[in-house]
Design a protein. Structure first.
Length: 580
């Protein structure tokens, strides 16, 4: 069920149902069923993650209609990653994107910068004096909205079966300027403008502007702010921690109960960027022990409206413009202290780490990268298939002994049947009539995707296989970006580092020569595209046709025949050299 490190039920904890549409929600159910999970997992997640849209019995009814759909675990993994989740293997560090660091385990923990044991609690300022509901509401609306924008305010609630009260949709067709005009007229009698709030439950406001047609995420017209709220620690400690994190808080509101509502500047261009930024924001906060309600991530979410009494306590503005001035400044700050790069070390001669063992004697070490370059139809695939067999069986390859280990051959070019026939013919020529179960083939002809998309899929499938090497053939099928751009190819080649580091295996791949004669070029310059291709790997194997004179050809053929006879006799008649 995905991996031993992660079960789908665990990944679902990082997937917010309220941020999915109906088809995506259905796909989650299909994926769970195809992976052998019971309907109860889907039902429990739907109820807890999106209670407002949950209907008892709907999951079970839908579940009965699911047949073989082709929707698998990868769908849920991708959805969770789209919402900001990144797997941090309990056994290995996994890096899955351009910006992810290689080896994320220990480095990622460095994001927890605040030591709560040393955090000094701070007294939370009280309400603005004299207490003025009109001042609180006016100040809040002017801080977050433009005069002509629609704002959602809710002063009513309804009783649920469990005895708790939930806010209704409330008002969403009024512009800020009209509300402010009414408050100016009625003063602190704010109920005459927005309606009287229930004295036990208080009132709410949507902190992003709406279109005046509804209160869902689709009705949000600007993705300026996100809500940070936690009731897992005392309010003075919340206040101190929010300031310690230097969050770009536009306005901070006391809920009138046991939490502070921080309206954080996000300033996203669109909904997708909003999701990415908010997921990252929540991740940073939670790493710093600020446990958040993940249902509050939506841009249309309700927060507490200041200027209203709640069960005898005021909802009020605590502070404005805390922390850094903008999202960009805060992002730079967090990246600066949490760059996930290794620590700087002082070099000494006392503890020199050992070199990685050799996978291919004299050519490639374990965990390193090797590139094979050659002209089209020069036999690169045959050589790589032979290499895969040699590693799987611990045999010599081109005269270099291979360390035995499990290997995956990613076939991107040849049809599956032809690939396996070639493998069988190579085995036959090597005198192998059976193989140990160390060679896996991933047939991706016609199904290849760009390398940035293939990388997480490959890591997920290979994570528990303990591969010594992964051979990818050929490179051009998965190139991401312009192969002549050094910067884009540097990012592309970094993906091989991510795979090698995540799976602790060697990466071996092949590429073709550029057009024209290669004889006058250095081996480093023969690969098509940017020079990054040849400079990035740890080992480079270049294939080039040699011009041979007729007399040399005869000598080479004779020597080859002698080698074949020698190998045959050594294999099938050991000790023949000592015979008379």
């Amino acid at each position: 069920m995905v991996t031993d490190d992660y079960k789908l039920s665990e990944i679902l904890e990082h997937l917010d149902c309220s941020m999915l549409d109906y088809q995506q929600w259905t796909d989650v159910g299909m994926a769970l069923k195809s992976e052998g999970y019971p309907c109860s997992v889907w039902d429990d997640w739907s109820r807890s993650s999106d209670p407002s849209r949950y209907h008892p019995g709907e999951c079970d009814k839908k579940w009965q209609t699911f047949r073989s759909s082709g929707v698998t675990a990868g769908t849920i993994v991708q959805m969770a990653m789209d919402q900001g989740w990144r797997p941090e293997s309990r056994q290995r560090d996994i890096a899955l994107s351009w910006d992810s660091a290689i080896g994320g385990g220990a480095a990622a923990e460095r994001r927890a910068e605040v030591d709560l044991n040393w955090l000094q609690e701070e007294d939370v300022p009280g309400p603005h004096q004299p207490w003025s509901p009109s001042w609180e509401i006016t100040h809040y609306l002017e801080a977050l909205f433009q005069p002509d924008e629609f704002v959602g305010i809710c002063t009513e609630s309804y009783l649920q079966e469990d005895g708790s009260r939930k806010p209704t949709k409330g008002q969403y067709r009024r512009k800020v300027k009209d509300i402010l005009k009414g408050i100016k007229k009625h003063g602190d009698d704010v109920g005459a403008v927005i309606g009287d709030a229930d004295p036990e439950t208080g009132a709410w406001v949507r902190f992003n502007p709406l279109d005046g047609e509804g209160v869902t995420d689709k009705n949000v017209t600007a993705y300026r702010y996100a809500l940070i709220e936690s009731d897992s620690m005392p309010i003075p400690q919340q206040y101190a921690l929010l300031q310690e994190l230097k969050l770009p808080i536009r306005i901070l509101v006391h809920s009138g109960k046991k939490s502070l509502h921080a309206i954080v500047k996000i300033d996203a261009e669109d909904y997708d960027e909003y999701k990415q930024r908010v997921n990252w924001l929540y991740d940073i906060c939670e790493r710093n022990k600020l446990k958040l309600d993940r249902q509050n991530r939506n841009p249309s979410r309700l927060s507490r409206l200041p200027g209203i009494m709640r069960n005898g306590r005021p909802q009020y503005i605590v502070a404005e413009n805390l922390g850094l001035p903008s999202w960009a400044d805060w992002e730079d700050y967090i990246n600066g202290i949490n760059d996930d790069l290794p620590d700087i070390e002082t070099f000494t001669l006392d503890n020199i780490p050992p070199l990685a063992p050799e996978l291919i004697e004299g050519i490639l070490r374990e965990g390193h990268k090797m590139l094979m370059v050659g002209p089209s139809k020069a036999g690169k695939s045959f050589l790589l298939m032979e290499l895969a067999i040699c590693i799987a069986e611990g045999k010599p390859w081109l005269g270099h002994q291979c360390k035995k280990g499990r290997v995956m051959y990613v076939n991107l070019e040849v049809d599956d049947a032809s690939c396996k026939h070639r493998m069988a013919e190579i085995c036959q020529s090597m005198g192998l009539d059976h193989l140990s179960h160390n060679l896996d083939i991933w047939p991706l002809r016609g199904k290849a995707v760009p390398m940035d998309k293939l990388t997480p899929k490959l890591i997920r499938r290979a994570q528990q296989m303990d591969y010594a090497a992964i051979i990818l053939d050929p490179l051009y099928k998965v190139i991401t970006g312009d192969e002549n751009s050094a910067s884009e190819m540097a990012k592309f080649c970094n993906l091989f580092d991510q795979i090698a580091a995540s799976l602790h295996c060697s990466m071996i791949y092949c590429h073709h020569h550029s057009k024209g004669s290669q004889g006058q070029k250095r081996s480093m310059d023969r690969a098509s595209g940017s020079g990054v291709f040849a400079r990035d790997p740890d080992a480079l194997l270049d294939l080039i046709e040699l011009v041979i004179k007729p007399t040399q050809r005869e000598e080479l053929i004779r020597d080859a025949k002698l080698r074949i006879v020698y190998q045959y006799l050594s294999t099938y008649r050991p000790g023949w050299e000592n015979e008379a």
